[in-house]
Structures are given as structure tokens and as C-alpha cells.
Design a binder for this molecule. Structure first.
Ligand code: HAM
Length: 426
């Protein structure tokens, strides 16, 4: 048997209500803050991610699904969506619409990581990006406020907001020099990745997960202690806005995020409820990313959250298991009744009712058992007698009550009955 690919999941009908709850709540809250949905392609030129996320990041160096298409061009399944959204923003000149463009997205992302709880190779993100000319730290605080109210609404409360500033091209070189000086004595004994990164992209040494390197990494200087005046002021204003909005946070000096495009504010929302993969949301500021792609100078700030991780935290009962049973099941006896049942199912569906019937003929008792199995709300019983009388028997599957309904009155009577007893299982 051919099985699904490791690190992917089938999202079965029973799980869908919880997925929809998250997606619909996100849409509702994000729209309140002026975000509009965007959908970008699932694959892009590999170069898009290499240039923005960074050649030396784990994502680009080790985790992308990269392939050549039939014309020999290198393409990659998107490992994240910020680069695609910024590309679309430039390519479609979205900046002409308004000084700030607020966009959100939801969809699958692909990373070749070692699968474990909360970590998949095809996973889903919901994200939001604010692009435009302003880098006001109020944008950051407002986006985080939106996220907080969205997470509260879903009952995801055991979480901690971690914030940091990773500086800008003015102050980062001084920090990198400090980082290199601090690493110099120990780098020879560190892992191969660290040694390579030390030369090419020193900041990425901080991403190292190798146990024996952790003591050195913990002793390294922190970017916040090297911020230039403008970055320090920006970070202070951001934190003041969080305080004003009564959003608690923790300064996490080691937070650098695993993508190269960040500048200044970086943040994560983590939770002990998640186990080893404890990051629910990641985001930050990425001024200048648009220029890397040949666009006009643009400021950017945004985040993405992992839907599978959110599902692990979503309280039981947060989404009612919607009854997917039919409103009316048609049970027929005999070939003429079969034809009538098919015509009636068509009539009911056109009128907006969900109707089910089997094309294989059964005894009435078996049909009722089938209706029960399908969780049908009501059964309409049709036999030769009913056809000649021009009326059918409607059975309520919950109460067992039966009544006769005239053919001409069928839809109207169903509507009447449903007002009293509920259209669906409730
Ligand atoms: P990221 O930190 O790489 O950031 O991913 C964001 C979130 O996606 C993570 O916190 C996690 O919940 C989820 N996630 C990542 N990898 C996996 C995986 N293999 N399996 C399950 N969930 C996963 C970004 O992607 C940035 N584009 C966020 C951003 C938007 N920054 C600015 N704007």
C-alpha cells in the first residue's frame, strides 16, 4: 500500500471543526485590525528564499524541498511565506493603495525537518504582515495586541511573549565584532556548522543546537547591549506600547530567530504546553527585505503561527463537533419509489436541505439502521402506497415520532417542523 509521506498528515473530517475554528477566528480578529487576505503560490524560485531567509540558515541550507522543473529552473516549495508576500507586494505594486498595507495568509509550508510532536514536513501557518513606509513601533505593539486577543479568544492562555531587538545594519557590525572576539578562543572546539557560520554568518552560531556548544553560546554577549541610539529608542518605545496595552512580556536577550531578514524587534510566543517544539508564534521587523528583492525601500513587520501547534493547545470542546449527518435521509421501497426518492432528493437539495439516499435498495428496517449510522436527523419514507397517496411519512430519528406530509407541501412543512425542533442535531 502506498502511504503518506513521513511528516505529513491527513486532516480527517472529524478534525476539521477545530481547524475551521482557528482559521475563522483568525480571519475575524485580523479583519478587525484591517488585514486583508493574500494567497501566494506554494512554490517560488529558490533564489527568493536564499536571498531573504538566508543561505546559511537551517531553513535554506538543510530544510527546503528544492527541485528543478522541466525547464531546468531551481524551484522550492515555500518554507515560509514572508518572502512570498513581500515579492507579491512589490510585483503587484500594492504600495500604491495605501501608506500601510496589512496582509494575512493561511496555508501549508514545507520544511524537511525531523518529524516529532508539533513538527511536520508539511505544516500550516497563519501569518500577518504590515508593509509600507512607516516603522512606528506602535505597529508592532498593535499586531501583538491583535495576536493576544486572538489567542485569548481561543482559550490559549498558557503562553509567554518573548521580545528582543537584534539591531540594524548600523549597530550589528559592532555586535558581530564583539561576538567574534568572544567566540575566538572556543570556536576551534565547536561543531562544524558553528565553525563555518563563524566565518560566513556569525550571528547564526547562536542557532546551534549541539549540546556540547551550549555552554559557550550561553556566555556570548547579547545584541541588546550593543544597540545604536535609534534602535535602543525604537525598542524602548515598543516596550512602552506593550506596557500601555497591558501585554506582559519577557526580554529574551538570546532570541535571534532562525531567519536572516530580521532587524530590530524580534519576538516569539512560547508555551510549556507544547513540549520540545515550544514556539507557537515567531515574528519580527524586516525593514529592507523588499530592497533585497529589487523593490522600493519598504518597512515590514509581521509574524506567523503554527496551526498544528495551536491545535495541541486548543482546549477540548473549543469547537463543537458539527453534525455532518444529513438533515433528511430518503428510505424507499421498490423501483418506482427509488425514482421518486431521487427526484425528491434533488428537490430538497435545491431548497437548501442536505439530503442523503442510497442507490442500493434495502428493506425499510435496514434503511432506518443506515440513516441512524449516518446520524440523519429525519427519514422520509417512500413506498408505492405513499406515491399513490401523494404523501410520505416523515420520521424524526431523535423522538421516533412519525407524521404524514403531502408531496406538494414537503419543503414548507419541513421548514415549519425545523423551526420547532431544530434544523440539525443540536
Ligand atoms: P518561523 O519561526 O520559522 O517564522 O515559523 C513560525 C511558526 O511556524 C513557528 O513558531 C511554528 O509554530 C511554526 N512552524 C515552523 N516550522 C514548523 C514545523 N516544521 N512544523 C510545525 N510547525 C512549524 C516564519 O516562518 C516567519 N515567516 C514569521 C514571520 C512573518 N516573520 C515576519 N513575518
Amino acid at each position: 500500500m502506498i502511504q503518506r509521506i513521513r511528516g505529513t498528515a491527513d486532516i480527517l473530517p472529524g478534525a476539521i471543526p477545530r481547524w475551521r475554528k482557528i482559521e475563522e477566528t483568525a480571519r475575524e480578529f485580523f479583519q478587525r485590525y484591517g488585514f486583508r487576505e493574500i494567497r501566494t503560490p506554494i512554490f517560488e524560485r529558490t533564489e527568493l528564499f536564499a536571498r531573504t531567509v538566508g543561505e546559511e540558515t537551517d531553513i535554506v541550507a538543510k530544510e527546503m524541498y528544492t527541485f528543478k522543473d522541466r525547464s531546468g529552473e531551481s524551484l522550492s516549495l515555500r518554507p515560509e511565506s514572508t518572502a512570498s508576500v513581500v515579492r507579491a507586494y512589490i510585483e503587484n505594486k500594492l504600495w500604491v493603495d495605501a501608506p500601510l498595507t496589512r496582509l494575512f495568509y493561511a496555508g501549508p509550508q514545507f520544511r524537511y525537518e525531523r518529524p516529532q510532536k508539533g513538527r511536520l514536513r508539511q505544516f500550516h501557518q497563519i501569518g500577518a504582515e504590515v508593509l509600507g513606509q512607516s516603522d512606528d513601533p506602535m505597529i508592532e505593539a498593535e499586531v501583538i495586541e491583535m495576536l493576544s486577543s486572538f489567542l485569548d479568544a481561543l482559550g490559549i492562555t498558557t503562553r509567554v511573549l518573548l521580545v528582543n531587538s537584534i539591531g540594524c545594519p548600523d549597530c550589528r557590525p559592532r555586535y558581530l565584532a564583539g561576538l567574534r572576539a568572544a567566540l575566538e578562543p572556543s570556536i576551534g572546539a565547536m561543531c562544524e556548522d558553528c565553525r563555518r557560520r563563524f566565518e560566513i554568518n556569525t550571528l547564526r552560531v547562536l542557532d546551534c543546537k549541539v549540546e556540547s556548544d551550549q555552554a559557550v553560546i550561553a556566555s556570548l554577549p547579547a545584541m541588546v547591549d550593543y544597540l545604536c541610539g535609534a534602535c535602543a529608542e525604537h525598542f524602548e518605545a515598543f516596550r512602552r506600547h506593550l506596557d500601555t496595552a497591558a501585554i506582559p512580556y519577557r526580554l529574551e536577550k538570546r532570541l535571534v530567530r532562525g531567519l536572516d531578514y530580521y532587524r530590530r524587534t524580534a519576538f516569539e510566543i512560547v508555551s510549556d504546553d507544547l513540549g520540545a517544539q515550544n514556539t507557537l508564534v515567531g515574528g519580527g521587523r524586516y525593514d529592507g527585505l523588499a530592497e533585497l528583492l529589487g523593490g522600493p525601500p519598504t518597512k515590514g513587520f509581521g509574524f506567523a503561527l503554527g496551526v498544528e501547534r495551536m491545535l495541541l493547545m486548543l482546549p477540548e470542546g473549543a469547537a463543537e463537533e458539527a453534525s455532518d449527518g444529513p438533515e433528511v435521509y430518503l428510505a424507499y421501497i421498490g423501483p418506482a419509489a427509488r425514482e421518486r426518492a431521487i427526484a425528491l432528493s434533488r428537490r430538497l437539495r435545491r431548497a437548501g436541505w442536505s439530503a442523503a439516499l442510497d442507490f442500493e435498495e434495502r428493506k425499510l428496517k435496514k434503511s432506518l439502521a443506515m440513516a441512524d449510522k449516518l446520524k440523519a436527523r429525519r427519514v422520509l419514507i417512500i413506498g408505492d402506497e405513499e406515491i399513490s397517496a401523494g404523501a410520505y411519512i416523515l420520521r424524526d430519528m431523535k423522538s421516533g415520532d412519525q407524521q404524514t406530509i403531502e408531496d406538494a407541501d414537503l419543503v414548507r412543512r419541513l421548514e415549519e417542523i425545523s423551526i420547532h425542533s431544530g434544523r440539525r442535531w443540536s
